[in-house]
Design a protein around this ligand. Structure first.
Ligand SMILES: *[C@@H]1O[C@H](CO)[C@@H](O)[C@H](O)[C@H]1NC(C)=O
Ligand SMILES: *[C@@H]1O[C@H](CO)[C@@H](O)[C@H](O)[C@H]1NC(C)=O
Ligand SMILES: *[C@@H]1O[C@H](CO)[C@@H](O)[C@H](O)[C@H]1NC(C)=O
Length: 372
């Protein structure tokens, strides 16, 4: 993903170098650059603090020479120079995004991470038909998920993490043809949409929100593309569906710090690309399936702070594993026996938040396994 964007930036930069001479020939900007001038001047007015002086040279019609602004030939007319990218990452600028930014109709990259912009995205962003990468992470944006992000036809990389967005995660988000989606560390509070499996992303990070949902069946539909999924501290409940075993390209699976119950599906032994597996801090129980610990690429398996009652020898052989605070007999740092007996005296209920029961069998009765 990052290499993609770097490559794109390099291409843009080389265009900038090529187009400079022709730009300098004329003093009056072409209509696209004139619109960009209007947009960027409006933006400069909406900036209340620019401690690193990123925008101090934002004056005059030569917008291609402004710090953080990248020009390139317009895709529909190679003789016209236009603004194709904005990169104001780490500028610590305070302010907001004005409606006039919708005049930047050829924008492909918009990167403003690590600033102090607030408000929401202007609805005029719907005019950015070529916008491919949007990174507004680590700002002070708030309000509902920006609806305008659902109607950008070219968007592939969407990063709005570390803001104060709240409310529902719109299901339409998972019907977009995205490569990567980061919405972690916001205040979203809604059930994980049932169509999550429609997503085409390779990287999906929803962590540190309060989604109050389950990993819906349908997630197996992401098998062709999904490479990393991070659902840490996302308010998930219910049982892990057998279907996750279909995710054979997944290298990172992190569902730690949730309220998942039931056992780890044996089908997880099919996740042959898995390198990092973190299921710590849930209410999972039963035996760890041997097939998981025998996964060929598994480097780090963290399953501490659950109620597992048995682990095969192959798990103990893993270089990086954490099995502490479970109910595993004869292992150090386990839960007190009465806590384990209490837990195992109640049946497993997969139906939190209306989640469907897992098709894997419930963990066996405690007396069978748990008998310290
Ligand atoms: C671009 O900016 C540099 C310094 O920031 C300046 O020296 C140069 O004259 C500017 N070019 C144009 C065409 O304005
Ligand atoms: C998206 O998911 C929903 C619910 O699972 C399904 O009904 C719909 O057909 C899916 N859409 C696409 C385009 O796959
Ligand atoms: C293994 O994963 C856990 C949980 O993500 C992490 O805390 C630990 O640092 C990792 N170990 C290594 C060696 O990467």
């Amino acid at each position: 993903m990052k290499t993609n964007s770097l490559a794109l930036l390099a291409i843009l930069l080389s265009f900038v170098l090529f187009t400079k001479p022709s730009l300098q020939k004329s003093n009056s900007p072409n209509p696209r650059l004139y619109n960009a001038f209007l947009a960027l001047q409006a933006w400069k007015h909406a900036i209340t603090n620019d401690p690193k002086s990123f925008t101090s040279n934002w004056h005059g019609y030569d917008v291609c020479n402004y710090t953080g602004i990248y020009c390139a030939p317009a895709p529909d007319n190679p003789h016209l120079t236009t603004v194709a990218g904005i990169d104001l990452n780490h500028a610590t600028i305070s302010g907001s995004l004005p409606e006039e930014l919708g005049l930047l109709t050829d924008l492909a990259l918009f990167h403003i991470n690590s600033n102090r912009f607030k408000g929401n995205l202007p609805y005029s962003f719907r005019n950015l038909r070529l916008l491919y990468e949007l990174d507004i992470s680590n700002n002070l944006f708030s309000g509902e998920f920006p609806p305008v992000l659902l109607c950008l036809p070219s968007i592939k990389y969407l990063d709005i993490r570390f803001n104060d967005f709240q409310g529902k995660v719109p299901p339409e988000l998972f019907d977009l043809k995205l490569d990567a989606l980061f919405i972690n560390n916001n205040k979203f509070r809604s059930a994980l949409p049932k169509n999550i499996g429609n997503s085409t992303v390779s990287v999906l990070v929803l962590a540190n929100n309060n989604l109050q949902g389950c990993l819906a069946t349908g997630i197996g539909k992401m098998a062709k593309t999904l490479n990393e999924i991070i659902l840490m501290n996302s308010g998930l409940g219910g049982c892990l569906p057998d279907e996750i075993g279909l995710l054979t390209k997944l290298t990172v699976f992190d569902v730690s710090f949730n309220s998942l119950v039931g056992s780890l599906p044996k089908s997880m032994g099919n996740m042959k690309s898995l390198e990092q597996l973190n299921v710590a801090h849930n209410k999972l129980s039963g035996q760890i399936p041997e097939s998981i610990c025998k996964l060929p690429r598994l480097e780090n398996f963290t399953y501490s702070d659950n109620y597992f009652c048995g682990e095969p020898g192959s798990c103990l052989k893993l270089d990086d594993k954490d099995d502490s605070r479970n109910c595993i007999p004869y292992r150090p740092k386990q839960r007190p026996a009465e806590e384990c007996r209490d837990f195992y005296s109640r049946p497993v209920d997969c139906s939190a938040f209306g989640c469907l029961p897992s098709s894997s069998p419930p963990p066996p009765s405690p007396h069978h396994y748990y008998n310290p």
